[in-house]
Design a protein around this ligand. Sequence first.
Ligand SMILES: [Fe+2]
Ligand SMILES: [Fe+2]
Length: 129
Amino acid sequence: MYEMKDEYLTGIKMIDDEHRKLFEIAEETYQLKNNEFIPDKYDNVKHLLHNLKEYTIKHFEDEEEYMESINYKRMFTQKVEHQEFRDKLDAYDIDGIDENTEYVIDDIIEFLTKWLIEHILENDMLIAE
Ligand SMILES: [Fe+2]
Ligand SMILES: [Fe+2]
């Protein structure tokens, strides 16, 4: 379902490698959603959300550092969007997740789709211009 395609490549290896990893997390989430053999997905969701948070923070730091190094002119827009995503991830109460796991999984998928596809295509693709 989720995989890195050529149309998502920015041409900057570090950024593309990290985006690839994010696509993997999205795919993992999608597989978890459709896995009917796990009766209680709580631990999986917790683990996934933890990884997503850590990796997102790392990716934004790396991407922002790169943009700074080239004096990127659309840096401000990028930073604002990155912060919105960080805030959204911070709003998840990992320990508070319980019987509502399906809802959280759907929410993560929606978040990742918006971020992955839209942010990469609309914003990150411009970095290498
Ligand atoms: Fe970005
Ligand atoms: Fe990015």
